[in-house]
Design a protein around this ligand. Sequence first.
Ligand SMILES: Cc1cc2nc3c(=O)[nH]c(=O)nc-3n(C[C@H](O)[C@H](O)[C@H](O)COP(=O)(O)OP(=O)(O)OC[C@H]3O[C@@H](n4cnc5c(N)ncnc54)[C@H](O)[C@@H]3O)c2cc1C
Ligand SMILES: NC(=O)c1ccc[n+]([C@@H]2O[C@H](COP(=O)([O-])OP(=O)(O)OC[C@H]3O[C@@H](n4cnc5c(N)ncnc54)[C@H](OP(=O)(O)O)[C@@H]3O)[C@@H](O)[C@H]2O)c1
Length: 372
Amino acid sequence: MNWNKQNPYLAKITSKKLLSGKQSNKEVFHYEISLGDSGIIYQPGDSLGIFPVNNNTLVRAIVNRLQINPSYIPEGYDLNIYELLEKKFEILTPTNRLIKFVNDNINHKELNYSLDTKNINILMDFKYGKDVLDFMNLDESLKFDILHFLSLLKPLQHRAYSIASSNLIFKNSVHLTVSTQRWQRKKRDYGGVCSTFLSDSCELGDKIKIFLIPNKLFKLPDDQNKPIIMIGPGTGVAPFLSFIQERKYLKSNGKNWLFFGAQTKKNDFIYKDLISNFVEEKILNNLDTAFSRDQNKKIYVQDKIYERSYEFFKWLENDAIIYVCGDAQKMAKDVEVSILNIIAKELKCDDKKAMEYLKMLKKEKRYLLDVY
Ligand SMILES: Cc1cc2nc3c(=O)[nH]c(=O)nc-3n(C[C@H](O)[C@H](O)[C@H](O)COP(=O)(O)OP(=O)(O)OC[C@H]3O[C@@H](n4cnc5c(N)ncnc54)[C@H](O)[C@@H]3O)c2cc1C
Ligand SMILES: NC(=O)c1ccc[n+]([C@@H]2O[C@H](COP(=O)([O-])OP(=O)(O)OC[C@H]3O[C@@H](n4cnc5c(N)ncnc54)[C@H](OP(=O)(O)O)[C@@H]3O)[C@@H](O)[C@H]2O)c1
């Protein structure tokens, strides 16, 4: 059977463990999902697509706001409004269409100004942390026609998660590392749709809709002797567990170097035992960690990379591949700056030459990113 986005496989959750410590600012879970009789085969670097179900409290609140009976079936639909909002539509992040509709139909100085001004940052600030219900409630007298309201929403999307296991070792399961997104605003609790679906609504034995998202580029080299450098702070470490397990299973000779970063060693060093074992078994030749909040001055992975300039560049000259996974907004950009600085320092060249070297790495597919 060909399982895909249109035809997801119903897979059982077989393990769920909290990785982050009690005093962590984060909530990171390790999930194991059985591939059952799906026949799904994955490779290191691939991701898993998961279709979430929306939070019941939020669904109820929106149904109430619409002043409609939850069992009402809107014209042209097979499901009632409750089921539609639960399973078919994105009801957390508002679309631009919804924001525009609200703006066109109410008098709200701040919203009107945010949309009228050409400065996109003002609208971003206004939207920050607010969900669909917040926009509906900017003016409680605003009425919504049900069919029109549904047309202002997007279809509920799957979320992607990097696979954190090797299929060679875990023949019939897939492991994930998921950071639950939670925030508060004006005494209301909010949560990312899929990460809280997994953490709050899914228990062992529950079945979820999944499909494989292959990644042709973020791959281990065929050449088992090639050195690899993996840079993965936070949940960015996930695919590298798969990479290291795979290389261990294949008894690859290529050297492996991991840069991991987290807020504190005590509460956020996820997979500490597993990673320490890799070091002891000498499958992980180098491990550098950056715990940003264990001292007054923040230390990030890029600082650790720069500290190791000489050896880092030596690995590059020995044909190493660099992999970066995790936060796209800041981390990946800052890591790139650090790598450029290392190249300039070690080659004793100017920024232009360093950039050419990086371009060469990219062209040779030796600088690979999986950032989100
Ligand atoms: C290829 C790929 C691989 C990925 N791998 C992983 C992985 O291994 N592990 C992992 O955890 N994630 C991973 N992600 C991210 C993952 O797909 C989801 O984006 C993530 O879990 C959030 O989804 P969600 O449904 O929980 O939140 P959504 O419902 O999508 O909401 C996210 C939105 O919530 C808002 N938000 C979040 N936090 C706050 C806050 N503190 N304050 C205000 N607003 C906030 C923001 O607007 C944000 O855009 C990956 C993404 C990609 C594309
Ligand atoms: N797009 C999405 O849907 C999505 C999903 C999950 C995560 N994310 C984002 O991805 C990022 C990583 O999330 P996470 O929970 O896996 O990791 P995390 O635990 O938030 O961060 C891991 C480490 O990276 C550090 N860090 C912060 N800024 C950095 C930078 N510019 N360069 C290098 N390191 C930096 C953090 O330090 P400090 O915290 O001490 O500064 C921490 O020590 C977060 O910013 C999160 O918002 C996005």
